[in-house]
Ligand binder design. Structure first.
Ligand SMILES: [Zn+2]
Length: 146
């Protein structure tokens, strides 16, 4: 998925999103902007709904959360796992199928995120600390992204 670091703010309300070939991008960067007159987002890739726009919206939600959040932090970790049994984590677990098993996103109150498969510890991940609202925005984006 796209990273917050892929998005940069330019002058005049323009956002620059770094292209990622593994996500089907064919240009090194894309411009995304909001048209108040038309009430919608546009992207230089020309598609009506694209992940560049989604990345910018996430970035904006993250920035807003950073400004507003007063000490409410959560930890987020992503991984790809193979697990034939039941997957669990010490936090909220979001998962989607991948060729090798599952891609998972865990949002936890603890920095050390433990993922279990069939009751056994499969891996421990170091969560990335971020404002709670930003973690929620990330989870929302994760779920909507196929
Ligand atoms: Zn685009």
């Amino acid at each position: 998925m796209r990273r917050l670091g892929d998005v940069a703010e330019a002058v005049g309300g323009l956002y620059i999103v770094a292209g990622r070939p593994e996500l089907g991008d064919w240009k090194p960067q894309y411009q995304v902007w909001y048209s108040a007159a038309e009430g919608k987002w546009f992207c230089s890739c020309g598609r009506r709904a694209c992940t560049h726009i989604a990345a910018v919206q996430l970035y904006i939600a993250y920035r807003r959360a950073l400004e507003m959040s007063q000490g409410a932090y959560l930890y987020v970790a992503e991984a790809e796992v193979e697990c034939p049994g039941r997957l669990e984590a010490n936090g909220r677990l979001y998962l989607k199928p991948s060729p090798r098993g599952f891609k998972i996103l865990v949002i936890s109150k603890r920095g050390r995120i433990v993922v279990k498969c069939g009751g056994y510890v499969l891996m421990e991940l170091l969560g990335e600390k971020m404002p709670a609202a930003a973690a929620e925005a990330l989870a929302e984006a994760y779920e909507s992204e196929k």
